[in-house]
Design a protein around this ligand. Structure first.
Ligand SMILES: Cc1ncc(COP(=O)(O)O)c(C=O)c1O
Length: 363
């Protein structure tokens, strides 16, 4: 299978390379230290999670959307994780709240992560680093153009962007992040490696709490979520204890995202001392279109529908495809029984990239 569009095939990230490796290594090195991790947030408090998320994010009915789709006003809900506190919001806050606390606990001086040029994860890592008093480096792959979208915010938050291909040549992006950590280590820094999407078992475990918030409000339900690296999906599944509660919508960022979710959900469950989730990952591969970062007619229609029925802004890369999958299932009468929750994972800055602006504004 081809890798994501923003990486050359040699940079493609496989399910068993980056995510699996980090998961295994984290378990080996950190599990026994769990009670001690992240005791410090500056000198101000002792926490194992930084306050990057805020209070439980709103869970709101999408009554006008339900009416417009002809299924009544009480079936569809939206969980507003686009409204988390740090760096413009989005799903990365729940992961980074734990990862940054761990970084402080181990005495790190600099967070090192990576992604596509327009990575939301890199942007929010920059903001989280600022809140934690750390430096941050983002190793990015893909075409570089005029500063736009997330890149503008990267500059504002002061994250240092490094072009993976320029510095490390044609290597796996995850390997380039590790190589950058090594370079910083030899320069006397203490780097903290955050994998792509923040999707280590510890990072993904941030989504256990989101599952609990949803279950406390709605009981048994199904959550639609965009699958990039699969960490958000895996954390939710670990929180529900059941793969059938989560429908991931592949956006084409990594090959075999279902395989990643299966392994990572088990790893997250062990981080939070829960049973291995029952069932198998449920991933909808029907919305990828031409690939990662390429919008589709269905995604564009979803953006307009969400905006004009619920006043919701979706992004062109992730949330619009997840929303399109949910709308498709409503129209196909394939919606699961019970309440259905669309997890809004953020990504708004990605709309302000020239090609997407032209499409959505009709330019
Ligand atoms: C806006 C947005 N939604 C969803 C995702 C996917 O999350 P995950 O990588 O945990 O699958 C991302 C990942 O970057 C994202 O930026």
């Amino acid at each position: 299978m081809l890798g994501p569009w923003f990486l050359s095939p040699t940079l493609a990230v496989g399910a068993n390379s980056a995510l699996g490796y980090v998961g295994r290594r984290w378990r080996r090195e950190r599990t026994h230290q769990r009670p001690q991790f992240a005791r410090a947030y500056g000198d101000r408090m002792q926490v194992d999670s930084l306050p990057l998320v805020g209070p439980p994010t709103p869970l709101l009915p999408m009554s006008r959307l339900g009416s417009a789709l002809g299924i009544g006003t009480d079936r569809l809900w939206v969980k507003r994780d686009d409204l988390t506190l740090v760096g413009g919001g989005g799903n990365k806050a729940r992961k980074l709240a734990l990862l940054c606390a761990d970084a402080l606990d181990v005495g790190a001086t600099v967070l090192v992560t990576g992604g596509a040029v327009q990575s939301n994860h890199v942007r929010v890592t920059g903001a989280a680093a600022a809140m934690a008093g750390l430096r941050a480096v983002g190793v990015v792959g893909g075409r570089r153009g005029a500063p736009e979208g997330n890149v503008v915010l990267d500059a504002l938050f002061g994250i240092e962007l490094i072009d993976a291909a320029d510095r490390y040549g044609a290597v796996d992006l995850a390997a380039a992040i590790e190589a950058e950590c090594e370079r910083l280590r030899s320069a006397g820094e203490r780097p903290y490696h955050i994998p792509l999407g923040g999707s280590s078992p510890l990072g993904a475990s941030g989504y256990v709490a989101a599952a609990e918030e949803i279950r406390a409000a709605l009981g048994d339900c199904t959550v639609y979520v965009a699958d990039g690296t699969g960490g958000t999906h895996a954390g939710l599944v670990a929180g529900f204890g059941d793969h059938r509660r989560v429908r991931g919508v592949d956006v084409g960022a990594v090959p075999d995202v279902a395989g990643v979710v299966a392994a990572l959900a088990g790893d997250v469950a062990s981080v939070v001392d829960r049973p291995v989730p029952i069932g198998v990952p449920w991933v909808d591969g029907g919305q990828v279109g031409a690939g990662y970062g390429r919008s589709t007619r269905a995604a564009e229609e979803a953006m307009t529908l969400a905006a004009r029925t619920e006043g919701l802004v979706l992004d062109p890369v992730y949330t619009s495809k997840a929303f399109a999958a949910m709308v498709h299932d409503v129209r196909d009468q394939a919606l699961p029984d019970g309440p259905v929750v669309f997890l809004h994972t953020g990504g708004l800055p990605g709309l302000f990239v020239e090609r997407h602006m032209r499409t959505m504004a009709g330019g």
